[in-house]
Write a protein that binds this ligand. Structure first.
Ligand code: DGY
Length: 323
């Protein structure tokens, strides 16, 4: 029998889930959550046959150059823009992600941000806690209606469709979407969504939710020009990746009254958040918690472990990342 494969786990994970890996592999799991400094990932991958990583861990040719034995990387997350897929392909390393299990939880957070931003919920709560609430007044914290409004969705994968379903069936919203490939008609009907071009989506959305994967060609897709096409009362929600939005242009539009509100879960330089955004009242900011329910995070970790075991030859699920 050959030596057991060595696996690096970049975040502490529940013992029972890691135990399934440890049944087959030598596991080297970090003791406490940390941001791995440049060079640390390369060092950690040096003797590893497999790795279980998260969206924070950027792995490309430079890290792979130090990982001669590496055969598989399982990403705990559906987005995998942290991995240089071309470099992994070149090195013959399998990469996997965790689609499906986080769809509904992430759509829930998208809707929560949409509602919180459009109805000033976090701003109103801060104001109340600061002791500023003296009486009911006609015009305290007036927001925008969610029910009956036009919900725009950019990116109509699993998460986009789950948001559309909530808007259409739960809130009677008119749903417009734009995506790389238009959905077949039955799928559009199921979520009550109408395909439009990007300019129309920007111009007609009340809330606009970004639910598309990041790729360099979509860098700052929502820039000053795109924001200028949106309604001044609109709410922008980003649950995808920070790099899709020009955050300075967004902060300027929000500060200048050219956009109503924003709800952001992801940031270009996360965990750093731009001071220009932190200074604004009409933006709701959460720390990349789209998939952060206990059940979903466990399901993601379980699936990532299954994927890694399969890729290392201990199960049936080896595979390429799915979109
Ligand atoms: C993902 O799955 O891509 C999320 O952003 C991580 O929770």
């Amino acid at each position: 029998m050959g030596a057991r494969p060595r696996v690096w786990v970049s975040q502490p994970l529940p013992a029972d889930i890691v135990g399934r890996l440890a049944a087959h592999c030598e596991v080297d799991m970090v003791a406490a959550a940390t941001t791995h400094a440049p060079g640390a990932i390369a060092a950690a991958l040096h003797g590893a046959d497999g790795a279980l990583v998260t969206v924070n861990d950027r792995i490309g040719a430079a890290e792979l150059a130090h990982a001669p034995r590496l055969r598989a990387i399982a990403n705990i997350g559906v987005g995998y823009d942290n991995l240089d897929i071309a470099a992994l392909d070149e090195a013959g390393i399998v990469a996997t992600n965790t689609p499906d299990v986080l769809t509904e939880t992430t759509a829930d957070l998208g809707f929560a941000l949409l509602m919180a931003a459009a109805r000033h919920i976090t701003e109103a709560e801060r104001w109340l806690r600061e002791g500023q609430w003296r009486r009911w007044t006609f015009d305290t914290m007036l927001g925008s209606d969610i029910h009956g409004s036009t919900l725009g969705i950019l990116g109509m994968g699993r998460i986009g469709r789950a948001i559309a379903r909530r808007g259409h069936h739960g809130f009677g919203m008119k749903v417009l979407y734009h995506t790389r490939s238009r959905l077949p008609e039955p799928a559009e009907c199921e979520v009550g969504a109408h395909y439009v071009d990007l300019d129309t989506l920007l111009a007609r959305s009340d809330p606009l939710v970004l639910a598309l994967p990041y790729s360099p060609r979509h860098h700052h897709l929502i820039d000053a020009a795109a924001l200028a096409r949106m309604k001044p009362t609109a709410t922008l929600v980003n649950i995808a990746r920070g790099g899709l939005v020009d955050e300075l242009a967004l902060a300027e539009a929000l500060a200048g009254g050219r956009l109503g509100a924003a709800g952001l879960d992801v940031y270009e330089g996360e965990p750093a958040v731009r001071p220009e955004l932190l200074a604004l009242r009409n933006v709701v900011l959460t720390p990349h918690i789209g998939s952060a329910s206990l059940a979903t995070r466990r399901a993601m970790a379980q699936l990532a472990v299954d994927n890694l075991l399969a890729a290392l030859g201990f199960g049936p699920n080896a595979g390429r990342p799915a979109n």
